[in-house]
Design a protein around this ligand. Structure first.
Ligand SMILES: *Cc1c(COP(=O)(O)O)cnc(C)c1O
Length: 398
């Protein structure tokens, strides 16, 4: 799998970054298919059922639009379709991805307000409510929150954010980035009253990078009629119009859509709730291993633990990047780097997507061997602790 080196490394490459995740063979085979005429009759039928089928993973009955773009494109689409230049948006600095979303908003001419956190927990719900209560003139047009902050392994409790907006009696839209949460952790677009849900293909959905999503509420569609940020490619209007007949205004990522269709089948076959329970189990086993090593998990609030990834802090004076380099070289496994202020301070273990118990044992084994080889002070035996937990909680898929 080492495409850029002449030396072959035996065994599979462990892609344990928190997205892109490993693409299962069944999805790769589904994508290995002739490109269809995207204006032809078969394609319209295929798309019409796919656009219906995709809704279950968002837990919505409303429209979901699909862009050939990475998650960042769907971020831009969510803002450009609902807001006007100069609008205020309330955001929460949960980590690096919240920071990037804020920068994107500023470039679009939006005025974000950022509620600070220490990057060790999810969104500050009380802070959001307090700020909205202050905003008597309803200048804040949207609250934008990252559901699963992939840079820290902290999750924001979206149902509580919704409750805070309602308690303040504020009409702001709720925009949620679940690019790395969807398909791995419980997510409920309709029940949580989310107006735009943003997601991407390459994390919990087990697909390669390349497509991204907006799930859209009726209120968001109404807002789009007034929104003045310039938009063309991202405009929901022509997209929804074409989608209604099973087509797209421009060429869709045909091959990715074949993969999406199969990914959704696989999730339905396993059962969405079983998918979530599996991720919860692997995250708990990972945190137990980390504690047994005597290391610290970046997320400090157990209610905000992410089931998608675990960010692990290195002891003072030790380099997370050196550890990652050792593990890649010796064990052919990629781990996530620390982003922004966490660069070199943490490494991130992705345990998402098509990932079983033995994959986790191998992953944690690679980390434990790497800690020893890189000279990071730790207690051995974390893998044993994780295995004991998995043995008692093996789950339906063993
Ligand atoms: C990966 C990720 C993004 C960025 O998505 P791209 O597909 O790289 O554009 C944004 N937000 C979160 C929470 C992510 O995990």
């Amino acid at each position: 799998m080492a495409y850029f080196e002449s030396k072959r490394i035996a065994g599979r490459h462990y892609l344990q970054i928190p997205g892109p995740s490993t693409v299962p063979d069944r999805i790769l085979r589904a994508m290995d298919n002739a490109t269809m005429d995207h204006r032809g009759p078969d394609f319209g039928k295929f798309t019409a059922q796919l656009l219906e089928k995709v809704k279950f993973v968002f837990k919505t009955t409303g429209p979901v639009v699909i862009y050939p773009a990475s998650g960042t494109g769907a971020w831009e689409a969510a803002l450009a379709n609902t807001l006007s230049p100069g609008d205020r948006v309330l955001m929460c600095e949960t980590g690096w991805f919240a920071h990037l979303w804020r920068e994107l908003a500023e470039r679009l001419g939006i005025r974000p307000e950022f509620i600070k956190t220490d990057w060790r927990r999810g969104a500050d719900v009380a802070g959001i409510e307090a700020r909205l209560r202050e905003d008597k003139g309803h200048e804040i047009k949207a609250v934008a929150v990252v559901h699963n902050e992939t840079s820290t392994g902290s999750t924001s409790r979206i149902a509580e954010v919704r409750a805070a907006i309602d308690a303040a009696g504020h009409p702001a839209l709720l925009l949620v980035d679940t690019i790395s949460g969807l398909g791995s952790m419980d997510y409920r677009h309709d029940e949580w009253g989310v107006d735009v849900t943003i997601s991407g293909s390459q994390k919990g959905l087990m697909l390669p990078p390349g497509i991204s999503f907006n799930a859209i509420s009726a209120k968001a569609i109404r807002a789009s009629a007034e929104a003045k940020i310039g938009r063309s490619y991202w405009d929901w209007g022509p997209m929804l119009k074409s989608n209604a007949t099973g087509y797209f205004p421009s060429t869709p990522a045909t091959t990715m859509l074949y993969g999406l269709d199969t990914a959704l089948d696989m999730m339905a076959e396993e059962g969405l709730e079983n998918v979530f329970a599996r991720h919860d189990r692997h995250a708990e086993a990972t945190r137990r291993a980390v504690r047994a090593w005597g290391l610290e998990v970046q997320c400090e609030d157990p209610r905000h633990y992410s089931s998608v990834l675990t960010a692990v802090r290195l002891p003072e004076g030790h380099s997370a990047n050196a550890l990652r380099a050792t593990i890649l070289e010796q064990h052919n496994m990629s781990l996530g780097n620390g982003l922004g202020q966490l660069n070199d301070r943490v490494f991130r273990i992705g345990h998402l997507g098509d990932f079983g118990n033995l994959d986790l044992v191998a992953t944690l084994g690679g980390v434990e061997m790497g800690l020893a080889a890189a000279g990071v002070p730790h207690k051995p035996g974390g893998v044993q602790v994780a295995m004991a937990y998995l043995a008692g909680n093996a789950g339906p898929q063993g």
